[in-house]
Structures are given as C-alpha cells and as structure tokens.
Design a protein around this ligand. Sequence first.
Ligand code: NBP
Length: 484
Amino acid sequence: MEKKADIGLIGLAVMGENLVLNMESKGFSVAVFNRSTNKVDSFVNGRGKGKNIIGTRSLEELVGSLKSPRKVMLMVKAGKPVDDFIELLIPHLDKGDIIIDGGNTHFPDTNRRTAYLESKGLLYIGTGVSGGEEGALLGPSIMPGGSKTAWPFVKDIFQSIAAKVDDGTPCCDWVGENGAGHFVKMVHNGIEYGDMQLICEAYQVMNDLLEMSADEMHEVFKEWNKGELDSYLIEITRDILGFKDDDGKPMVDKILDTAGQKGTGKWTGVTALDLGVPLTLIGESVFSRCLSAQKDERVVASKILTGPKPSFTGDKKQMIEDLRKALLASKIVSYAQGYVLMRAAAEEFGWHLNNGGIALMWRGGCIIRSVFLGKIKEAFDKNPELNNLLLDDYFKAKIMDADASWRRVVAAATVNGIPVPALSSALSYFDGYRCKRLPANLLQAQRDYFGAHTYERIDKPRGEFFHTNWTGRGGTTASTTYNV
Ligand code: NBP
C-alpha cells in the first residue's frame, strides 16, 4: 500500500509552496493540490523534486492520500475560494477530519465556518500565519484557533515549522475558540500599521525638523536597534535608509509618498469601533495611509494652505533621544490598546485568550517581532488579569521616563507644522486614561439639552438617570437610555 501523507495542502502560491517545503524539511510528508493543476506539476518537478511531497490532481486523490484523521490546509485567496473549497471537500471527508484555513481571513468568516463544519461532525482551524514568503519557508508565527479538539492533531506540525525564540519556544500556540486565531492575526496586522506609522513620524521629524540626511538617520536607527526598540521594523528601516539607488542617492527619497493597504488595519479599527474600544493609534495609522493616498489633492492644498516653516535651534542630540523615548512610549500605548481590544473581543465572543502566549507568538517570525514583546509576556505572566499594560510596573516606569521627551516631541512637531498623528494620539490617550475627570459631564449635559438623553449625577448612585428642562420650554419626558 502507498504511504499516506501527514497533511494535505491546497494552494501552491507563494505562501503554500513555502509552507509545504518547511513542513517537509521538518520530516512531515505533504500531499499537495492546486486549482490550476499545472502548478502541482511544476512544483513537484521543481522546488519539490525528490522530496517527501505527493502531487495530486483532484480533491478525491488529495483526501485519499492522507492519514486519518485527515488534515487539509487551505492556503488560497481569502473569501469565496475558502468557502468553495470547504464545500468541495466536505463530501470526501469523514467525522473528525480537520480543515485548516491559513489565509488572511476576516475572523467573522472563521466564526461562521467553525460552527458550520462542527455541525457536520468535522473540525475546523482558522489560523493566522505571519512572516511572508521567508517566514513561511524558515519559520512563521502561527496563530491557530477554532475547534480545540483538532489542536493535538496539528500541534506537532505547526510548532515544528514555526519560528522559535532564543530558548527554543515555538512562536505558535493554541489561541482560542472559533475565530480567535484570525482575530489575533488581525490585531497583529493593526499593530504592524501602528509600529510603521510611528517610525515614519520619527523619520519625518528627523527629516523635516532636524534636516538630517538619510545616512544620518540610518545611523540613528542602527543605534536604536541595539536597545529596547530592537525589532524587525526598526532593523529594516535602518537598512532602507542606508540603501542607495543606481545614482548613489538614497532610494527612499525616490519613492512616491502614497501608502497602500490591504484592509486588515481597517478591519482592526472597525472592530474596535464595534466593541467600543479606543484604539486611537491604529485608527490614526490607517487614516494616515488614507491621507497619504490623496496625493494630488495634497499637492494642490500645499499651494493654498500655509503653516509654519520647520526650524530647529535646540540640542539635536537631545531631540533624537526624545524621539526614541516618544516612539517607545507611543508603542507601549499601541500595544496596550491592542490588548484591550483583544480582551473586549474575548468577552464578546466567549474566547479564552492567553495574553502572554500571544506576545510569545509575536516574539519571532512575524513582522512586529521585537525584544519588547518579551516584556509584554512577562507582564501577563505576572498578572494574567492585567487590565491595561500601562498599569504594569515595567511599562509604567518606561512611560514615566519618556513623559517629558514625548511631550517635547509632540510640542515641537506641532509648533513646526509637522503631522504626528500617531505620536500625539498616543499621548492624548495616555493623558485621557490617567485623567480622573474628563469633560464628558458637559457632553452629557449637551446630549440631555438637545435630546433629553439624561445623565447620571456625581452626588447620586450610578445607574440613576436625570433629565433637566434646560430651556424652560421642554417637557419632563426623558429619552430611552441605551449604550452604543
Ligand atoms: P494568493 O492570495 O495569491 O492566492 C493564490 C492561491 O489561491 C492559488 O492557489 C490560487 O489558485 C488560489 N485561488 C484564487 Br487566487 N482564486 C481562487 C478561486 N476562486 N478558487 C480556488 N482557488 C483560488 O496566495 P498567497 O500570497 O500565497 O496567499 C495565500 C493566503 O495567505 C492568502 O489568504 C493571503 O492573504 C495569506 N497570506 C499571504 C501572505 C503573503 O506574504 N503573501 C502572508 C500571510 C498570509 P490558482 O493557482 O488556480 O490561481
């Protein structure tokens, strides 16, 4: 009898091919299939040649070549192709078999698919996979969620192919029920938007206010990468700033300033709005990309609307150190907000998320990998019920240490007309979060004034609502109280 494969994979594009080679290199046999079957032939006769990989030309053949319980992983375009493959696979599978979706799926789809497949006696895993082409081949960060009973059957494969942190711990663990894995991957992508925006704002302040050359900035990022900001994104920024075009000039200066996006940052922002979580830094990062994309309009506006001409007379070295601290403090706020969002989602959807484990999964293999995430893991290990990272002793001390620098950076940028939406919104969140009394008393009065929406009083118990006839013309009827 022909030997059966450990796992099947559908979708031989950049991610699928590299994941298959990664699995095979760790000793697993893999059966592969692709909608356009010519890609199966070119893969098994090309990069897959001579390896423990079985090429199949139909789903029946694929499923028939797998050990039981069968594990079929989809690495295809997210959306309808995933639903289509699920429908095509169901008739070939038996109870207890497992379908895995490793694409960039929106988590509500994974919630829906998990329930659907479980209703048919099958198991489903929706997993985030981060790290791009190189990560897929050499070690991605993998964030699986879905039918928990499926986890023991794929754990060994997933943890073997995942990136490892210094002590050998894999950047892959069970995240939680139904769409939790894809949710955590979505938040990862949102945080990636925030980290990138913060770096870009520091770059603009260095460029426009301090008038630094790309080479000088390259040196700054090189230094920053040796300390607490040590991360993949700081590292590639260092390299980008040092990269020269054919004419010897910095490549970065030749690139048009309009940012693209694929939508995961937007999903994160929309989810935060749905759950009522202030995710300001990621929100500003998404909007900053949108504003950058309005290039033609900005060029016109730049000729009509004027502002201060940046000029710096202070201590440049001090300002660079201020920028480093402002970036660190804002990054702490961004992760604090991201974790609050995950906590809110866990409550809303009934997931049991392992916050420290999530930090560990992001510690290696993915785009936001950094030394910093080790500290988040420590914070949640110390207190798994931590409400907000800002309240952890380590992060509190870092924020306190950065406080004056952060304010100097935001003030200098503002006075000089340089936009710093992520740095400043992070500071505003920090000031708002630590503020005992916000001006929402006035806001409630306004709502009650025009809509009889009622308010609570500081001298009465919570939950008692009052209405005032502000103008003397209105009646005493209050509007229904509800929260959105
Ligand atoms: P793509 O996202 O480009 O998808 C290519 C695969 O999807 C091919 O196998 C293609 O089959 C199949 N496919 C398409 Br397109 N439309 C289909 C349809 N209507 N029905 C059935 N199959 C269809 O590949 P990728 O970049 O490797 O990404 C795979 C997944 O992983 C995506 O969800 C992506 O968002 C996610 N992801 C990508 C990266 C990355 O860096 N690229 C990183 C992390 C996650 P065909 O060959 O017959 O056209």
